[in-house]
Structure formats: structure tokens, C-alpha cells
Write a protein that binds this ligand. Structure first.
Ligand code: ADP
Ligand code: ADP
Length: 218
């Protein structure tokens, strides 16, 4: 069964504005779904509903896992905690025992290439490195479903390409399903198995297409 299913889900905010008109969508285990579309078309609203951060105004949303991670565009690291401590934080808050989260954090930090920076503080890292910490933190909580809201938008083109590769490496190792917002068509195509194309006014899903070059396990 799918990790998450939207059945005629729509969103009307409390001011009466309908941000997303009724739509159907499912995300399978290990499947990456990219969302693209112009600013304000409702992409963030869709993944916030998926994550339970925003209520559903109509239709039915079925989520079959609680093992969820949300990666924000801004890495939001705690300034006074070093890389390892930041990476372990979400797993710690979820009650994962110390030995398990330490081992998971070591593997994640290694995978994103920050082994030499475990003791560094966020202010000592570049934007790309902070984003890698944020990804490692998400992975360390062993999510079955990752929500990512333009995780690479703030990065320069070189760092972005590097991060895309990091993300795919993590996906190959951990096999999470994901919903992923991007403004880049090539990113949507290269990182997603399916691409949800949204149109503005009113926010609606215009089409869902299979990626011509989806990520594979090898
Ligand atoms: P996107 O992520 O595609 O840029 P959003 O989901 O953030 O789009 O927003 C979709 C629309 O809903 C926009 O017009 C936005 O202004 C509006 N919106 C977002 N949050 C709220 C809210 N809490 N109350 C009212 N309108 C909102
Ligand atoms: P919900 O229906 O999910 O509870 P609300 O309508 O109560 O959402 O709004 C959630 C938050 O979003 C509020 O704090 C509100 O101030 C903020 N917000 C309102 N309008 C917008 C907007 N256009 N874009 C983004 N956020 C908004």
C-alpha cells in the first residue's frame, strides 16, 4: 500500500482562500515525487498537509507511516550545537536510544561527506555544508517518508548538483519515499520518479507525469 494517499483533498485557509482544489495523489514506499509549478500554486500547502503541519479542508488523507522527516529550505540548525549534536537532535527528540542514534548519525555524516566536521559549529560551515547537515539530520531519524521544501534553492549551481547526488546516495542507502518541491524542471526530472505539475489560480494539479529519467538503485 502507498505511504500516503490524497483522495480528493483540498485546502481552504481560514480566510476563505482555496489554495488547492481537490486532487488525488499517492506516494509509494521508496518513491520520490517532485512537485513543480509557479510560486503560490500550492506546493508548500500540499506537503504541509502531507506532513500534518496544516489541516485538510476536504477529502481524505491517509498516511500509513509516522516515520516522517521534513527538510526546510533554510537548514535551521541550532547555532550552539556542533554538527554531530545537530544531526542527532531529531532522533533524540523522537526517543531513539543513544547508541542507535549515534551509529545512525555516524553513517549519515559520513554519507554526506562531513566526517571531518563533526565538531564544527554551524557558523563555521558554508551554506551547502549546512544543507548537508540538515539532510543528515533528517536521515538519522530513519524516515520512511521525507518532505522537502525546495531544499537546494538557496545553493549555488555547483553545490546544488553535489547535493542532488548526496540525496540520491542517501535514497539508495535508505530507500525512503519523498515529496520534493523544486523550481527546477531538471531537478524534478532527475530526482523524481513522478512529477506533479501544479498550475496557479486556483492551485490545482495540472498533470502527473512519469519521469523520463528516474533515479535507480544502481
Ligand atoms: P507555493 O508553495 O506553491 O509557493 P503555497 O502553498 O505556499 O504555494 O501557497 C499557496 C497559496 O495559498 C498562496 O496564494 C498563498 O498566499 C496562500 N496561503 C498560504 N498559506 C496561507 C494561509 N495560512 N492563509 C491564507 N492563505 C495562505
Ligand atoms: P490552517 O487552516 O492550516 O490552520 P491558518 O489559515 O490558520 O491555517 O494559517 C496558518 C498560519 O499561516 C497563520 O499563522 C497565518 O498568519 C499564516 N498566513 C496567513 N496568510 C498567509 C499567506 N498568504 N501566506 C503564508 N502564510 C500565511
Amino acid at each position: 500500500a502507498a505511504l500516503i494517499e490524497f483522495r480528493q483533498v483540498q485546502k481552504t485557509y481560514s480566510n476563505g482562500f482555496q489554495a488547492v482544489t481537490p486532487f488525488d495523489l499517492s506516494v509509494g514506499a521508496g518513491e520520490i515525487v517532485s512537485l513543480v509549478g509557479p510560486s503560490g500554486c500550492g506546493k508548500t500547502t500540499v506537503i504541509r498537509m502531507a506532513a500534518g503541519l496544516s489541516s485538510v479542508s476536504g477529502g481524505e488523507l491517509v498516511r500509513r507511516t509516522d516515520q516522517l522527516a521534513y527538510v526546510f529550505q533554510d537548514p535551521t540548525l541550532l547555532a550552539w550545537r556542533n554538527v554531530r549534536s545537530n544531526v542527532e537532535l531529531v532522533a533524540k527528540l523522537k526517543g531513539v536510544d543513544k547508541a542507535t542514534r549515534a551509529a545512525a548519525a555516524t553513517a549519515a555524516i559520513e554519507m554526506v561527506g562531513l566526517g571531518a566536521f563533526e565538531k564544527s559549529l554551524p557558523r563555521q560551515l558554508s551554506g551547502g555544508m549546512k544543507m548537508r547537515v540538515s539532510l543528515a539530520r533528517a536521515i538519522t531519524s530513519a524516515p520512511e517518508l521525507m518532505m522537502m521544501d525546495e531544499p537546494f534553492a538557496a545553493l549555488d549551481e555547483f553545490t546544488r548538483e553535489n547535493m542532488q547526488n548526496q540525496l540520491l546516495r542517501l535514497w539508495r542507502a535508505n530507500g525512503f519515499g519523498a515529496m520534493f518541491i523544486t523550481h527546477s524542471i531538471s531537478e524534478a526530472v532527475n530526482l523524481g520518479h513522478r512529477i506533479v505539475v501544479m498550475a496557479a489560480r486556483p492551485g490545482r494539479i495540472a498533470r502527473i507525469i512519469d519521469s523520463p529519467s528516474p533515479p535507480t538503485k544502481d
